[in-house]
Each structure stands twice: as C-alpha cells, then as structure tokens.
Ligand binder design. Structure first.
Ligand code: ADP
Length: 446
C-alpha cells in the first residue's frame, strides 16, 4: 500500500509539474511573440515616419542592429536597399507575400523561411507614399533568443520539482501510512485512537470480530471442559464396577446387578454422545435439502405414544390437543424438539401429574405448547436452563437419565426453524414451554 500511495503521489506531483510548465510556457510564448512582433512593427512604423527625411536609402542602415534587417523594395520589385545582403545578390521581391499585401492594403506581414538568408523570419512591410515598400524583418531564432535562454532554467526548475516530489511523496506517504501501521501493531486495542474517521467502522468491525472470536473460544473451552467432566463420571463408575468384579469383590449373585449398573452408565454415555453430536450439528443434514412440510400435531401424538410407558411409570398422564399446525422444517429435528420438551415435562413432574401438548395455528404462527403441573422452575433458573449442561437439580436430572443438553438442543432446533421459545413456570406449580414458529412460507423458498 505504501508503495502504491508513494507512486501515485509522485505521479500527481510530476504530472502537475509538467502540466503547469507546458501551460506557462505556452502563455509565455504567446505573450513574448506578441511583444516581439509588436516591437518589429513599431520599428517599421518609426522608420516609415522618418523615411521622407532620408537623403538617400543607405541612411536606413543606421536603424539596423539587434537582429533587425531592413529592405526597401521599389514598385517594380527591385530591391533599392538591403541592410544584411549585398544588393547585387538580391532577386526581384515583387511577389513576396508581405510586399504583395503591403501594396494591396498598406501593410503586410508574414512568417516564412527567407529565400535570401534561409532562416525562419518574421517580415513586416509598409507601403510608402512614393510607391516603395519598406520592409523590416527579424529572424525567428533572434526573436526568441531570450525565450530560448530561459529554457535551461525551466528544465532545471522542473528537475528540482521532480526531486522534491520524490522526497515529499515519501514523507507524505509515511505520515499517511504510519498511523495505520501503528494501528495494525496494536491490534488488540484497534478501536482506540483510530487515526482516521473513515477507518472507525473498520476498526469497530475488527474489534467486534475479535470479541466474538474470544467469546466463541471461551464457550468452546467451557463446553469441552463440561463434556470431559460429564464423560468422566459414568466412565469412573464403569471402571469401578468392572474393577470390583475383576478383583473378585463381587459375589456371584451380585454380578448381574453390577452388569446392570455398567449397562446403565454405558447407556448414559451413549445418550450423552448422541446429544453432543446433535448440538455440534454433526447429525444435521443440509437444511435446504431436508426441509419439508411437517405436521407438528402428528409429531406430538407420536411422541405421546412413545413416552406413554415412561409417563405411566412416573404416574403421569400425557395428552395431546389443539387445532393442529403444519410448518416447513426438518422432521427429525422437530421430533427431537417435541420429545425433549415432553420428556422433561414427565421427568420433572410429580406423581399423579399431567402433561399436555398442544399444537395450534394462529394467523401465520404455529404454536407448540407443552404444559405440566410438575415441580416448576424458579425465576433465577429460568433464564439459564437453555445453557449446555445447566441443571437446576443435578441429581434429579441424572437419576432420570438427563444429560443437561436437552433444552440446549431444543433451543438450537427452534433457532434453526426461526422459532422463539418462551418459558412460563412457577416453582411447585408447573411449567409451560411455548415454541412459536413463524410460518410465513419463506422456508418454502429455501
Ligand atoms: P436435563 O437433561 O437435565 O433434563 P435439560 O436441558 O433438558 O437437561 O433441562 C435443563 C434443566 O432444566 C433440567 O435439569 C431441569 O432442572 C430444568 N427443567 C427442564 N424442563 C423442566 C420442566 N418441565 N419442569 C421443571 N424443570 C425443568
């Protein structure tokens, strides 16, 4: 970037120098030209004024010098006087442009190569009263000698400006880029002391990205720590039971009991791994490929059937109601969502309790509600129960086969379907979990 800015600044400097020099020289040249020609005309007019008082034509010689050449041409074109050349060498001048013009209009002027001297020359001619034409000429090289003398100085100044452009563009680039480099070096505090107003959104975006990255790293670390901890507990139990059997510390009759315990802990591990996979998105198919019309009421009925036995064991009654609802979604995920909510409503219930699942369509919304009159959740826990591994009562969760991930999965699936979850719960009275799906048909286009 530094190189590019440097290059461009230098280029701007050089271009403006060239442009300024070219324009100035053009204007200067025009003015100079006008002035020199004006001087030549004035000389010619002054000479013309004194012409009548001349005793003989050779008196004109006194007016020459400084590159001024004087010629007097008779009406027949023969040259009567010539200041710079031998008269005998002068051919007839009757058809020279300036002479022809002067005869016709009184004055004539032209710029051309002199036939006599061979240089580019400016001629100004005036018709005298006696019919002769007085012509004053000056070589172009002579005319512009002052102008040409100034050229080396112009080139020298140009070179100086060029050198200054190089130095200045480097200094300017450094002062422009320096603060940005300082910003990059202090990337942790990129949003502090932003050198340019225009860079503020960029600095804020970088900071935001940093914060998000840090948060996500922290969450991942916490999750890994939690997972290790959760895996360790059943594994420790399994190792303990197996060790006892191995060392002959378990009586033959109890081996079956211990095998059952190992089986149960292993089952817990499998469940945990299954939940972790669901949360990590490992088991999620591409949402666009698997979104279809899903009848939530049907899912609620199937789930109630599936959990019927569990509910019966817990002496809880489970039922389904509502006017039904169909949404676009992933069937397997939605089955998981309904299952987890109903399962919780049974597990955190009381003997003789009730679980009611309702699916209702209201305008563009489909609402799934799972209501129980179980143990309820106090206010301070309500906000945290969707966090991974958060449990209100750890032992109750474990006793009933919980992994602490059920509601985290519910939240994940709801978000995936643009759904919102609401908890309404009172300790010892019961809980109502509501998932509201916005069924606008947008998902159809997925
Ligand atoms: P778990 O596997 O422990 O059930 P969840 O993520 O499903 O994990 O739920 C988190 C915690 O929220 C549970 O441990 C429980 O304390 C509380 N909870 C969830 N659902 C209910 C409910 N219907 N009634 C009372 N408490 C509940």
């Amino acid at each position: 970037m530094e190189e590019k800015i440097n290059e461009r600044l230098f280029l701007i400097g050089i271009l403006s120098m060239i442009l300024t020099a070219a324009l100035t020289l053009t204007v200067f040249h025009k003015t100079f030209d006008k002035q020199v020609k004006g001087d030549i005309r004035l000389t010619a007019k002054t000479l013309a004024a004194g012409y009548n008082s001349l005793q003989e034509y050779s008196g004109l010689q006194a007016y020459c010098g400084n590159g001024i050449r004087i010629t007097l041409v008779a009406p027949d074109g023969s040259v009567l006087f010539e200041s710079d050349t031998d008269l005998s060498k002068m051919e007839n001048h009757g058809n020279r442009d300036e002479i022809v013009q002067a005869r016709a209009t009184g004055v004539g002027e032209t710029m051309r190569k002199s036939n006599t001297l061979g240089y580019n020359t400016y001629y100004y001619a005036i018709l005298m009263e006696d019919g002769n034409v007085l012509r004053v000429a000056m070589e172009v090289a002579g005319m512009y000698s002052d102008y040409n003398q100034a050229m080396p100085a112009v080139v020298a100044i140009g070179l100086m400006i060029m050198v200054m452009s190089v130095i200045l563009s480097q200094v300017l680039t450094k002062s422009l880029v320096g603060p940005i480099e300082a910003m990059a070096e202090n990337i942790e505090d990129i949003d502090k002391d932003v050198p340019y107003k225009e860079l503020e959104p960029f600095a804020l975006a970088v900071k935001e990205h940093q914060v998000k990255k840090a948060e996500s790293a922290k969450m991942r670390q916490e999750f890994t720590a939690n997972v290790s901890h959760e895996l360790k507990t059943p594994l420790t139990s399994i190792t303990g039971y197996a060790e006892m059997i191995e060392n002959g510390m378990v009586q033959d009759g109890d081996i079956k009991v211990f095998a059952g315990k190992i089986h149960c802990e292993a089952g817990r591990l499998i469940g945990l791994i299954g939940d972790i996979r669901k949360l990590s998105g490992l088991d999620e198919p591409n949402p666009c490929e698997s979104f279809e019309k899903v009848d939530l009421y049907k899912i609620a009925v199937n789930t109630a059937d599936m959990l019927h036995l569990k509910a019966e064991n817990c002496k809880v009654d489970i039922s389904v109601g509502g006017n039904g609802g169909v949404i676009m979604g992933n069937k397997m995920m939605l089955e998981e969502l309904v299952y987890n909510l109903c399962d919780n409503a049974i597990r955190y219930n009381k003997e003789g309790g009730r679980v009611r699942t309702e699916v209702n369509t209201r305008d563009t919304k489909v609402v799934l509600t799972v209501i129980d009159n179980g143990i309820g959740i106090s206010k301070e826990h309500q906000e945290r129960i969707f966090e991974r591994f958060y449990r209100v009562d750890r032992s109750r969760s474990k006793e009933t086969g919980g992994t602490g991930l059920g509601l985290a999965i519910v939240k994940h699936i709801a978000l995936h379907h643009n759904g919102k979850i609401y908890v309404d719960s009172q300790k010892d009275k019961g809980t109502q979990m509501r998932v509201v799906f916005e069924n606008t048909g947008d998902l159809n286009e997925c």
